[in-house]
Ligand binder design. Structure first.
Ligand code: ADP
Length: 163
């Protein structure tokens, strides 16, 4: 069984993440989206909000599990019986960090492989932080995130336009 875990902050989920998810389900037996609950990272949406958002966006995809985790990814993977980590690569700038994480995880558990999915050229410029920056200033992100997320962003930033 190829049980893949796609870990990330997903703050919030974008069309770039969804593209990786849709391509990954074709090559694995089971996909778990694991939302990182990280006390050290300042997230705009709480862990509960992010999990709820992804569940809403993927409500017609019951084959995809959506979960949250904290602590070591390798420990989480062991608990889930998973053996493949999925990560996305956009630009060269992603590479150094992703290489370090992949090697650290390999060092902690040699049975786990990290599989990199190259970004879709359409979404290569997309990141959650860029989306939030546009939304915070009242810009239109409707073709970069699902409708539901676009509404969630407007709600979150409704009092900060122009700030
Ligand atoms: P993290 O804080 O773990 O980097 P993110 O939610 O920002 O969490 O990203 C999760 C994963 O998705 C990362 O591997 C990132 O490179 C990838 N990713 C994010 N946006 C895109 C995109 N537009 N195209 C391809 N991969 C992406």
């Amino acid at each position: 069984m190829r049980i893949c875990v796609y870990p990330g902050s997903f703050d919030p989920i974008t069309n770039g993440h969804l593209d990786i998810i849709n391509r990954t389900v074709r090559i694995c037996d089971k996909l778990i989206i694991a939302v990182l609950s990280n006390v050290n990272k300042d997230c705009t949406f709480s862990i509960d909000e992010r999990v709820k958002q992804i569940r809403h966006v993927l409500k017609d995809r019951p084959e995809i599990e959506i979960d949250s985790f904290s602590g070591l990814l390798t420990e989480y993977m062991k608990k889930k019986g998973a053996n493949i980590i999925i990560r996305g690569l956009r630009a060269v700038s992603d590479f150094e960090y992703e290489l370090q994480m992949a090697l650290l995880n390999k060092n902690m558990n040699p049975d786990i492989e990290t599989l990199f999915m190259m970004t879709n050229i359409k979404y290569s410029f997309l990141s959650s932080s860029a989306i939030k920056e546009i939304a915070r200033h009242g810009g239109d992100v409707s073709d970069l995130v699902p409708d539901y997320i676009s509404k969630q962003l407007s709600k979150k930033f409704k009092n900060s336009v122009g700030v």
